[in-house]
Design a protein around this ligand. Sequence first.
Ligand SMILES: *Cc1c(COP(=O)(O)O)cnc(C)c1O
Length: 396
Amino acid sequence: MKLKAIKEAEATHYMPVFSRDSLCIERGEGNCVYDIYGNKYVDFVAGIATNILGYNHPEFTDAVCAQVKTLIHVSNHYYTEIQSRYIKKLCDASGFSRVFLCNSGAEANECALKLVRRFYKNRGEQKTILTAEGSFHGRTLATLTATDNAAQHDVYSPLPSGFKSFKYNDFDDFKSKLTDDVGAVFLETIQGERGVRPFSDDFLVNAYAMCKSKGILFVADEIQTGMGRTGKLFSFEHFGIKPDVITLAKAIAGGIPMGACLAVEEVGTAFKLGDHGSTFGGNALACAAADKVLDLLLGGLLDSAAEVGEYLGERLSHFSKYNFIADIRGRGLMRGIQFTDKVPAALFEGKLKERGYLVNVAGNNTVRLVPPLTITREEIDGLVAALDDVCASTNV
Ligand SMILES: *Cc1c(COP(=O)(O)O)cnc(C)c1O
């Protein structure tokens, strides 16, 4: 009854953009959430790669509550100690010297896009941004333009100009598109929304080298892959490359809304006074949360998550024995299980939920696993057993 009324209120009053699962979550503890009827689910969705500390993490909760009692928000017209401490720590940890703080992934990418344009305008130039087929960069008009979604492009046209795209993982196509008008390449090393689809190591290394040799900026959207998700603080570290700009959001503040655009000094100083801004961006509460997340990552969580991520990959590799599983992909605690077109991935999402595990479906008929970085081997074993149970009873 309770759930019915909740669903009715949403259907009546929320703008009709979300297709929600029939599940109302009341609270979380550890790596699990509980619905309004007290049912427990081990959470391999984690607010979509966001709740990296799980729920009610003692140190994180204490830090956030203490900040709430001290100061939540003031205008960026003033300094705060917590923002000052955090930006220094984030720059030290990332190797970038400049940061802009905002509230979401789309905003972080919007900042990166504006930064690139400003960087070239300072030299009297106007450049095109080259994006990848299959990309997802957000839902503002500019980030939607950078996103590969023809249907949405049609709905929201006219779109900003100055974008073009290259074929996924196709270096020849990439090379042919890297003409003199291109000022920056924008990509995710692993395309999360497109079903945890990684670029090959070779592609990334060569694409980066080609950008460097031509003086073209390389921008990595690390919104989903960043903050330890793939076993390193940022996914670009796997390839020995150093982008000029990266964007972060999702996990950066453990579930408190925050985004960040980081850049090397030459690019990060391109904005002039008043060129960009944000009311909420980098407020005291978000910075206190992000500061604690970074402390915990660097204080051991990054290393343990890398190990547990390897373990998850190893356990999942055995599922290739099922002929309706097309591919198993990903890195660290970001994994995708792609099903053949004989079976819908949503079926597995539903059956895992019945067994007390939350997973979600991303593009390419893929079940995506992006649990908290605090997920345990035992919880992974539980999911693997449940998935094995579901697969064994699937007849195709
Ligand atoms: C989630 C995501 C975004 C958009 O983030 P929002 O906070 O929803 O605006 C952009 N890029 C990537 C790679 C993402 O995963």
